[in-house]
Ligand binder design. Structure first.
Ligand SMILES: [Ca+2]
Ligand SMILES: [Ca+2]
Ligand SMILES: [Ca+2]
Length: 273
């Protein structure tokens, strides 16, 4: 290799390394048992991966907000409020972070998000993620808030054959390829909600105008997504807390074993014949 060739090689390697670091800048990884969750606190797709037993089932989960009388009138990703801090924590003492505390703030309005990830044993196909969102208004006037959670899971291959629906006014369900996902809002139930095929809801949140989800429980089948919307007035000096739990269940190993036994029995019968 010529001197110039070497130089170009070194520069190219440096550029690639910098690009790789840039792509991963700010990414926070939570891990527990059989599960890994990846977050980018400054992106609209705040959580962009959720692996259970080595397979990623999440394309995007993010929060959006609209404040009456502020901004351009449409919804903005939570990151637009301004990230103050992002602190991963290891609460189980195994050396792996399993909790993430995020804090966003703007002009006396603070939004804190706390994620807690709990995995199952390897191969169990079970994992759980809880989210607590706390709003605090330190302004001297009330803040009329519209807050959205947008979720795009892909359970079947490419997410093309999933079914999603909202039931009981507070639970989102999604199934596909034998997988079962449930997200329950423990408190308070959303004011509005929708299940729809991608990219309908995501486009509405990003279109610059005010969006209200109405009550559209589905079911929808295809590349399914869903969204919850909370409408509330945060009094001066007041706070508001949303608490949610999401769990993903792959068919239980016991079921798989029984299916395997059934297939073996069938094979035995065939051989006897
Ligand atoms: Ca841990
Ligand atoms: Ca909108
Ligand atoms: Ca999807």
């Amino acid at each position: 290799m010529t001197r110039y060739g070497k130089l170009i090689g070194l520069v190219a390697a440096g550029v690639l390394a910098a690009a790789a670091a840039g792509a991963h800048a700010g990414v926070i990884r939570l891990e527990d048992g059989n599960t890994v969750a990846l977050f980018d606190p400054t992106a609209a797709a705040l959580q962009f991966a959720w692996y259970v037993d080595g397979t990623n089932y999440l394309r995007e989960q993010g929060f959006w907000y609209r404040l009456d009388g502020e901004g351009a009138g449409g919804e903005a990703p939570l990151a637009d409020l301004g990230l103050v801090s992002a602190v991963p924590l290891d609460t189980t003492g195994d050396g792996l972070d399993d909790m993430l505390r995020l804090k966003y703030a703007q002009g006396g309005l603070t939004v804190e998000v706390i994620y807690t990830l709990v995995g199952g044993t390897d191969g169990s196909g079970w994992a759980d993620l809880t989210e607590v969102i706390r709003f605090t208004n330190r302004r001297t006037v009330p803040v009329v808030t519209h807050f959205f959670q947008y979720v795009d899971f892909d359970l079947s291959a490419g997410g093309a054959a999933d079914t999603a629906w909202i039931h009981g006014g507070n639970t989102a369900r999604q199934t596909g390829d034998g997988l079962d996902l449930a997200e329950t809002v423990d408190t308070p139930p959303p004011t509005q909600y929708a299940a729809a095929l991608t990219p309908e809801i995501r486009d509405a949140l990003g279109d610059g105008g005010p969006t209200n989800l109405g009550l559209a429980p589905g079911p929808v089948t295809g590349d399914a997504t869903w969204s919850f919307q909370w409408d509330f007035s945060l009094p001066a000096g007041g706070s508001y807390i949303i608490s949610k739990d999401k769990s993903l269940i792959v068919p239980e190993p016991a079921t798989v074993v029984l299916m395997g036994l059934g297939a073996a029995a069938l094979g035995l019968r065939r051989r006897k014949r």
